[in-house]
Structures are given as structure tokens and as C-alpha cells.
Write a protein that binds this ligand. Structure first.
Ligand code: ZN
Length: 380
């Protein structure tokens, strides 16, 4: 079955740790990142916003540690611990040389303090306009996304950018746009009083290549219609995949994982026909529940047949895909939402590309990273 590489805990796992009371002094440490500057992030995972970078050898002051994304490519250690700096930002402990004793775990109070904004990063000012009920901040642009905290009416907001998500009717407007705050959390724009419209979180769409080459494929069956290869787009604009196709430690992983947030819309990577909308999970479990590394199956998934004998697969959706078998979809059309159903230990999209289909099989899966790159829609 498809295995998820990540051994992650949620970003806020450590927030469940009760405050320990005494505030520990910061721990002095040094960045070890000889090849390129180290990203300082808004949260304890590489898919959170990069606030700034630190060159190799920079001295840093670590306030505390949280469990986050497992980093196995750092020069100092393999770890899922992230160091919170005194300004509220995070760096992976895999890239830090420090005294042997680890910094103390972060308290709930430390973690709920607003992370630092990037110096000079443009943000749009707004205020919460939710009336008597606090506005919920979430891990993604939908009410199904993890709940972080409630912000009282009138709370000032620093909006980094906007993404499309669940349609909400609020006090200010009816909209599907959600505001990503400086902290990386999302609030529905329906309850935000603001001036200018914040910029989109996704980079402007690249112009489609003039003639996207079809991938190398076996000769078509005689008589099969050979349609022109269409435009390709990222299934999760604004998020990137890490290499992970058939790795030495996970040779049966025939796709790549794109870390994201519950509720982020998943887009059809190209035009095609929906073949399957299926719950694939080990007996005794439900795709409508958060999965885990010990549950088999790719959860709620959608399979699309494209021209040229290419199929794409989208796994671990939070609920059943929003398309139906037989339905024609356009490139970029929303087909479902990110979740963590099935064999998944953190919200992400497991994305597969198969050639010479139908049918799909592990044997005809190809690495999506070079495929998407050569089709004008890089995802890594
Ligand atoms: Zn995967």
C-alpha cells in the first residue's frame, strides 16, 4: 500500500502540554547550514511560511522546543524537534549545534504568542468583525481544518495573503476567500474588516507551454483516440512536494507527498475524466476519520484519466471527493480537499502519475516531480 513517509505530529501537539510555570532562560546555539542559508519559519514544519534566512554560523538564542516535522536531511541530527527562537520563530533542530542538554519543551503560553512577522514583509491590516462570537483561526481555509484559537471582535490582524477555500457568509461579505495571517493560521475573510484586498498566496499562474510534450509512452493501442496533451497545473498551488518516489527506505511509495493543511482545495492536474471516487482503507477503519501510520490504504481518493494514457491519483482527502465517476473535469478544477484519511500521519496530498493507463498499477507509476516539471507545472 502507499506509505506515508512523514512521522509527524501536528504543529500544535506541544500546545497540549500544560504550562510548566517557570520560564527557562534561552539556550545559545549556532546554525550549521554550510550549503545554503537556513530558513526561519512561522511554525515547526517546512510547509509553514519562511520568515527570513540565517547564514551558516549565525548565533541564535533558543527559548524552547516543540515536536514538529521530522527532518532527516540536516547535518547535525535526525529529529522532529524544532527550536523556537526568542522572537517566536522556528528553526529545525537538525541544523543547530548546541549544548548537549536539549532546550525545555515550549509551554502553551509560549506557543500561542504571535510568531514574528518577516521584517518588512508586506501585510494587509484588518480587524476581526465577528460580533459576540470570537473568530476561529484554523490550520486551513475551511471549517473542517484544525481549530487553533478564537480571536475576539476587534482583534487587529496582519494578513499575509489570501487563498480560496470554503464559502462562508459572514458579517462583512459572502466569500470563499480565506486570509492567511502572518502566523500561518487562516481566518475566513467573511468576518474581516479591511481595506485593500490582500494578494493571492499562490504565485501567478505560469503561462501554459506552447506545446507540452507527451511523456515517453509505449505505442498506443490501435484505434485508441490520441488526444493532444493538455495543460498541466499543480494539484496544490502554493505547496511543494518533497522527493519521495520509490526511495530506498520506501520502495513501494509510488507517488510524492505534498504537505498541506486540512481543507486546502485539491485541483485536477490536467483535464480528463474522473475514473474513481473511492474510500480505500483497511477493514475496520473509516475514511471519514483521521488516519494514522498504522492504518493501511490511501483513504478517500480520486483517480482521473487524462489524454495520452496518463492517469493521476489524489489520496488522503478529508472527505469524499466532490466529483463523480464519469465526470469531465478541467485542469485546475477542485476535485476534493486535503485531509489525513487512510495511511497518513499528517494532512497531505499523496499524488501519483501513471502512464500507459488504464489500468493503473504500481508498475506503471512514474515519479511525478520530473513529469510535472517537464509539463510546465513544477511541484517540487
Ligand atoms: Zn505518499
Amino acid at each position: 500500500m502507499r506509505k506515508t513517509i512523514f512521522v509527524v505530529a501536528g504543529l500544535l501537539t506541544a500546545a497540549l502540554v500544560p504550562p510548566s510555570g517557570a520560564q527557562a532562560a534561552s539556550v545559545g546555539a549556532t546554525v550549521v547550514s554550510p550549503k545554503r542559508p537556513l530558513n526561519v519559519r512561522a511554525g515547526a514544519a517546512v510547509w509553514t511560511r519562511s520568515l527570513r534566512t540565517l547564514p551558516n554560523g549565525t548565533a541564535v538564542a533558543i527559548e524552547c522546543q516543540v515536536k514538529g516535522q521530522l527532518i532527516d536531511q540536516g547535518p547535525v541530527r535526525v529529529t522532529d524537534q524544532w527550536d523556537r527562537l526568542t522572537d517566536g520563530s522556528f528553526i529545525s533542530d537538525a541544523w543547530v549545534r548546541r549544548p548537549q542538554a536539549a532546550p525545555p519543551p515550549c509551554t502553551a503560553e509560549q506557543l500561542t504568542a504571535a510568531p514574528a512577522a518577516a521584517p518588512g514583509a508586506p501585510t494587509t491590516a484588518g480587524t476581526v468583525a465577528s460580533g459576540a462570537i470570537p473568530l476561529k483561526t484554523r490550520g486551513g481555509p475551511a471549517r473542517s481544518a484544525i481549530l487553533y484559537a478564537g480571536l475576539p471582535n476587534g482583534t487587529p490582524l496582519n494578513i499575509a495573503c489570501q487563498v480560496q477555500g470554503e464559502q462562508i457568509t459572514g458579517t462583512m461579505r459572502a466569500t470563499a476567500m480565506w486570509d492567511r495571517l502572518d502566523s500561518g493560521a487562516y481566518v475566513s475573510d467573511a468576518y474581516v474588516n479591511r481595506g485593500a484586498t490582500p494578494p493571492s498566496c499562490t504565485a501567478p499562474a505560469a503561462a501554459p507551454p506552447a506545446a507540452a510534450p507527451a511523456p515517453a509512452a509505449a505505442p498506443q493501442t490501435a484505434g485508441a483516440p490520441v488526444a493532444e496533451a493538455g495543460r498541466w497545473v499543480s494539484p496544490l498551488p502554493g505547496f511543494s512536494a518533497r522527493p519521495g518516489f520509490r526511495t530506498p527506505t520506501n520502495p513501494n511509495h509510488v507517488g510524492v507527498d505534498i504537505m498541506s493543511f486540512v481543507g486546502t482545495p485539491i485541483h485536477a492536474a490536467s483535464a480528463g475524466t474522473v475514473l474513481e471516487v473511492v474510500c480505500n482503507i483497511e477493514a475496520g477503519h473509516s475514511c471519514d476519520q483521521t488516519g494514522s501510520a498504522s492504518v493501511g490504504g490511501c483513504g478517500w481518493y480520486v483517480k482521473i484519466q487524462h489524454a495520452g494514457g496518463i492517469s493521476t491519483l489524489y489520496c488522503h482527502m478529508v472527505r469524499k471527493g466532490v466529483v463523480k465517476p464519469g465526470q469531465k473535469v478541467a485542469a485546475g478544477q477542485v476535485i476534493g480537499y486535503v485531509g489525513s484519511s487512510g495511511n497518513s500521519s499528517a494532512p497531505h496530498l499523496h499524488f501519483e502519475v501513471h502512464v500507459n493507463t488504464p489500468p493503473t498499477s504500481p508498475g506503471n507509476a512514474i515519479d511525478p516531480l520530473p513529469f510535472m516539471r517537464t509539463h510546465g507545472a513544477p511541484i517540487g
